[in-house]
Write a new protein. Structure first.
Lengths: 480, 480
């Protein structure tokens, strides 16, 4: 007799879920690492794991919040600057018993107020702290909102393809339907509203009601920044089709060009004025894991709700309550992120130097990587305008595709596994994010240290060009 | 036209969920607090919010992990003892980039090893770190396991009544069926195997397959400790009925009597020997939020799987991956909890003094509270053998029940609201946990500071006895 938790008796939605960022490639990389091979983990946007140093000031503040007894120590000033001490006292005063006490399930009211003030400064429109919920990272917030929306397989969620697999995995887990809309690689991963309408029409013909649309801006894995005009089209589309917009804006600080700065979906919505600005339901997500912070391990994030009915907000609050509260230390990181040191503060210069250094280096790395990929045989790559990833297209020769099939692998998985074995570079195959039929990619972060980057790109190029040499038969590439 | 996220369009399972610990009473208490009333929050086991001081040593270690640059500071020894510095270096070495890097989705391998060693010391049987997953608090672990089990309304989960509403809420959310089994108040909240069999038979007659059974030991809200004999009966029952046992053992350090020490379900299972010890599927949960730690706001926990098939473990790992990793600071708290300072360590004496002080005081408070309740008119209360709660039965007079009905309130909600308005004591009505028809309770934590306890109990008694005076008509009590 099979047991309750045997594989065949598990929730089918659990089994259906795929999460490539920590999938076959990651598991193989972990094995190789155990065997002593040096692995460059570029499968996940995890900057500190690749040597990025934490920003000093926020770490000082949170350390003091963890050890509040230090605040009374006459020697505290020897290790901590006065503004970190003052900030720690401020944040402790916002808690109801320090970092060890559960906060309200939506997060500390004082931090939510700071987030609202940040949004107002950023967008030029007031924001209501009561509509901001702090979360254990942005992913948890996305999962919670999708859970409220999805009732079954007839509920569709528009997701860009290529997409970040949090979306496909969560939609599977909740038993909903992913409705893909394709980003156009030849137009620098732009979004085409025509293709969006087509996706909705096709979903409808299958009995699926499209209830929400996900945008990732800047794009993951694709790295593009959405223009204001594009955001307006999207919001108009949401208005006409009665669709909630889920704005994944976790990379809003990660911008590597000046032509298309980050602009929030909320600002564009407000700029559009009534009736649209009062109608379109929008949930925006942010995190402490990205930007120049990269505090992934702390697990902090928020979502802000716009034009969501108060009764629904209550339901979302109720569901948040079940897990009691997001972790409190990360709430303080969030407060610090939206309210960093200001000119004139003791710690301002250091904070500014550190954060500027990280962003400038990321910008350089985005260029080194894109240029490196474009110098490789059969590889083409759009420039990383924002976010933390490069998503080159790998034009696999037919013989390579055959070789992959003969060992039962998807072609890009085959390529990425060979790359891993040869170089230790751990990437994620494009098939984990979705791509057009017959087209192959890989995703890598741009996070390896700047000084290591040339060697990594050399190692990639050597592997790739030999791979192509081996499998190319001059009868043609895989189609674009 | 209604919008996508309007209340009527939400996931019905979201709407069905109830979570009384942060329900009507808590919301009203929060309002009163905003209006300036002094509220004693005993609705949730949140020790630091009621003045419990954090243990010094673990906070020193985690503060240093947050601010690793201090480890190189010549003055660090002025603020931190040498063993805290050594421990911080140890835990940083277990991460792959400090607290800011995502860990493996199961948690840091080094911490999972420490948890396994703790379980082995506690139970006398080896434990495998690969079967231990760290989580953002025990609740998140429970939710994840239930998600793997529940496929639909025909899947039943046996839950004690009264229960901790995490279980009822999560089962609702996942669309499963809660199958209640009743704890016997007159037998000090003991579990009767006969009633368990009856529950299963009744569920079967309704087409429900019972797939898992929850035990909470020590009990929440009921405070009883399960005896070894009782645990054996339960495990035999699980074996015979092919049911996974979910052992919520988060209060294992909170024991206030010597007759029935905590004994883990896993130890009893192993003691029973084959075939049972090799067959019964068991998942055990633990946390840093309870015990003498009370680090609720950090959100740290683990679950350990016994006799779960490797393929299922892989699926659970995959689902964990979607939210990338539990927060890393709380993983270190977990490491410290299972591996605290030892005799001879610099910090041992202080750590021992602090933790002993907390437990001894909780033991005293358990007595003050039980005795206090039993001195009140129409109130009877079992002694809190363990956990953090007192769950007195309030024998409401018929006139009080009528008065409640006339304002549309469940009688115990009516009582608890009046108590809140009169005294500021914020409790949770028994109806939030489940109770036998016509019997009423409330749950309060035993966490208010020892020195405040007599005044709180006086205030409760004054309110209760006046309430009873007002509503009693000498025609009899509500039935027991």
């Amino acid at each position: 007799m099979s047991k309750s938790l045997d594989y065949e008796n598990l929730n089918e939605n659990v089994k259906k879920c795929q999460y490539a960022v920590r999938g076959e490639l990651y598991l193989r990389a972990s094995e190789l690492q155990k065997e002593g091979k040096k692995i460059i983990f570029t499968n996940v946007g995890n900057p500190h794991a690749l040597g990025q140093k934490p920003l000093t000031f926020p770490r000082q503040v949170v350390a003091l919040c963890q050890a509040p007894f230090l605040l009374d120590d006459p020697n505290v000033g020897l290790l901590f600057p006065a503004d970190a001490i003052a900030k720690a006292k401020h944040y402790i005063s916002l808690t109801s018993g320090g970092l060890g006490a559960y906060s309200d399930s939506r997060g500390l009211p004082g931090v939510r107020k700071e987030v609202a003030e940040f949004i107002e400064r950023r967008d030029g429109y007031p924001s209501d702290p009561e509509l901001i919920f702090l979360t254990d990272g942005a992913s948890k917030g996305v999962m919670q909102i999708l859970q409220s929306i999805i009732r079954g397989a007839h509920d569709g969620i528009l997701v860009p393809v290529p997409q970040y697999p949090l979306y496909s995995a969560t939609i599977s887990l909740l038993g909903g339907s992913l409705v893909p809309y394709f980003l156009e690689e030849t137009a620098n991963w732009g979004l085409d509203i025509g293709s969006l309408r087509q996706s909705v029409a096709q979903a409808r013909s299958q009995g699926i009601t499209v209830r929400a649309m996900v945008i990732i801006n800047p794009g993951n894995p694709t790295g593009q920044c959405l223009s204001e005009a594009n955001l307006k089209e999207i919001l108009n589309f949401c208005y006409q089709n009665n669709v909630v917009l889920l704005g994944d804006e976790v990379y809003q600080q990660n911008i590597y060009q000046d032509e298309r700065p980050f602009i929030s979906a909320r600002k564009v919505l407000m700029d559009m004025g009534p009736p649209i600005s009062k109608a379109v339901e929008l949930v925006s997500f942010h995190t402490v894991s990205k930007g120049y912070w990269g505090e992934c391990g702390q697990r902090g994030g928020y979502f802000e709700m716009t034009n969501i009915s108060p009764k629904t907000v209550e339901e979302i609050y109720k569901i948040s309550s079940i897990s009691l509260s997001p972790n409190v230390p990360a709430q303080i990181f969030m407060g610090l992120m939206v309210n960093p040191p200001k000119p004139g503060d003791i710690s301002y210069d250091q904070f500014h130097r550190e954060s500027k250094g990280i962003l400038e280096s990321l910008r350089k790395r985005a260029h080194i990587m894109t240029d490196g990929f474009n110098s490789c045989r059969n590889v083409v790559c759009n420039f990383t305008e924002g976010a933390m990833y490069s998503f080159p297209q790998i034009r696999l020769p037919p013989k390579a595709i055959e070789a992959a099939k003969s060992v039962g692998k998807v072609p890009d998985v085959f390529y990425c596994l060979k790359l891993l074995e040869a170089t230790g570079i751990s990437t994620v195959p494009g098939s984990g994010f979705g791509q057009k039929e017959g087209v192959f990619h890989l995703r890598t972060t741009i996070l390896p240290a700047e000084e290591d980057m040339p060697a990594i790109m050399d190692s990639f190029k050597k592997f790739n060009d030999e791979f192509m040499e081996q499998y190319e038969d001059y009868r043609g590439y895989s189609r674009m």
